[in-house]
Ligand binder design. Structure first.
Ligand code: SF4
Length: 225
């Protein structure tokens, strides 16, 4: 039976998660502002905590630079792995003359994000994400703890920042002098792969610049796993 952590703060949630799962839990990050806050909190609560970042092959150089910048800032308090899709698993990058991301972004995300994440999670019992309810409609119902069936077993997703606001995230970044992706200073509220990201400051939907103009708002990590 899971505890009711709905009213708990992020430190209490992370402490419970690390105590409960030991080394069978890891943080997932794409180095968005929430992800950086999450890494910072985890590094203070459980020095040496594990985290992983998916290198899809389509990240902006500014995002890739966050790997080293974060390692420099948090040092050995976070063990950060960079995970790439298995080359053999990339069944195709093109359909006809078009890149896969342009004609079948769900399949592209599946190959480059969902499948590699599933592979990492096979070695874990739980993962921690930086999802927040105020990021937009697709995340408005994010629970603090979420049990899901994955690969025939129960996997727990922990969302310690579910109730944080965008303002609180940026306040924490400034207060603790944490690194952030400089693209946020150029109008990108949310940064993903370059083919599928545009600057956007749409009120109430931080992710409006992701797959803009398409009937897609999530890559599948948080809907399929
Ligand atoms: S966000 Fe775009 S480029 Fe990145 S994996 Fe998904 S479809 Fe491919």
């Amino acid at each position: 039976m899971l505890p009711d952590l709905e009213g708990a703060d992020a430190t209490q949630i992370l402490t419970w998660a690390f105590d409960h799962f030991g080394d069978r839990i890891a943080l997932s990050t794409a180095f968005g502002p929430s992800g950086v806050v999450l890494l910072h909190l985890a590094s203070e609560i459980r020095p040496g905590a594990s985290a992983f970042f998916l290198d899809t092959g389509y990240h902006y150089p500014e995002t890739l630079a966050m790997v080293d910048r974060t390692r420099q800032r948090l040092g050995s308090k976070i063990r950060l792995d960079v995970v790439s899709p298995d080359a053999l698993a990339l069944t195709t990058d093109q359909l006809g003359t078009s890149p896969l991301y342009a004609v079948d972004p769900d399949r592209c995300c599946g190959q480059r994000k969902v499948d590699p994440t599933r592979k990492v999670l096979r070695g874990l019992d739980a993962w921690i994400t930086a999802l927040r309810r105020d990021q937009g409609p697709s995340r408005a119902q994010t629970p603090v703890l979420e049990e899901k069936l994955s690969d025939g077993r129960t996997l727990l997703k922990v969302n310690p920042l579910a109730t944080w606001t965008r303002k609180e995230i940026w306040r924490h970044i400034v207060a603790h002098d944490l690194p952030y992706n400089p693209l946020h200073d150029q109008g990108y509220a949310s940064v993903g792969c370059w083919p599928c990201t545009q600057p956007s400051s749409e009120e109430g939907d931080e992710r409006a610049g992701r797959w803009a103009g398409q009937d897609k708002s999530e890559c599948g990590l948080h809907t399929q796993i």
